[in-house]
Design a protein around this ligand. Sequence first.
Ligand SMILES: [Zn+2]
Length: 397
Amino acid sequence: MRALALLLLLAATPAAATRVTDLRVDGPFVTATLDGPVETVKALSLDAPRRLVVDLSGVDAARRSAKGSGDITAARIGPFDAATARLVIDLKVPMTLAAAAVDGSALTLRLTPADAAAFARAVARGRRPVPTTARLIADFDTGDEVFAGDQGDVAPPPAAPRRHGARPLVVLDPGHGGKDAGTISPYAGGASTTGAGGYEKNVVLAIARAAAAELRKDGQVRVKLTRDDDTFIELNERVAIARREKADLLVSVHADSAPNPSARGASVYTLSETASDAVAARLAARENAGGGVPGIDTSAAPDVGDVLIGMTQRETMNVSVGFAETLAKSMAQAIGFRGEFHHFAGFLVLKAADVPAVLIETGYLSNPDDAALLQSDDGEKRIGRAIAHAIEAHFAR
Ligand SMILES: [Zn+2]
């Protein structure tokens, strides 16, 4: 009864606004740690003194400031009105917003230096909404801002999918395997017959198998798996398999984890020279390390930041971006993911210069709801089918 009274009391209270629990500046990245979602993000560039102002609605922020780093002098956040928090970033040099990512646990902004004319244009535009979901930001060569509908926003049109032979070939790559368990869920013991145990390696194998079964049933696309059992494969070998098979697309399947158990939802990553936000950079470091298992040598592979992306790879990246957009739509219908969907990051497995590749993090094993879905036969089939249908839609274009 007391529990019921408490429930009634809670029900009568309006939903609590998201709070900001930390703010930091690290080079061009500004990260506000959050305990919930952000409704909308709007940004405004101001001159004399130069600063970037970012308004977050649905956020209730106590005053907090962070020391600067690099070209950023300092950052501070505080209440703007009853329903909005205002983040002010003081700039040493003219900079604009290059990328914004929001999930349930953080807002991450990446700023990029701008010339005087570009900064003046940003100031003249005034306050405007910042896209943070399901929008692909191809900013790695233009340095342009991310604002939707920008005249100067040059996102290359996705290149046409390529195919070898009558039916295209997709290589599905379940992450980890064997001695490399990947992420281990604290919510193990799901009912799934194939992906149980809380190990990422089992969950992603079950999802990849479900996707392969759906593709084979429909018969439009040929499919190969880098592993169809609990074997360990080096990252470089996964890429080599896709190349050897002359794959038209490589889809690496993973499951995520985060320190904040409320973080959930799927994310799709394609290659870039540098990770587009701090979260993607951290994740790439973890996946590239093969889950921290000793004996995995990634030193042979050059740091992705050192790789000059040639014309072939740029073309390949555009195909990958096109597929990532299709996948985002398909996953949204099947799973109802939340939060930021797309990042660019330097995952080693995406580095097959001549094979378009995406890496999908299917959900968070550190979140109880996602973990239950990812470890259920039904959830694995649903996610697998969504991936399969995105692949079919991609090649049907
Ligand atoms: Zn993984």
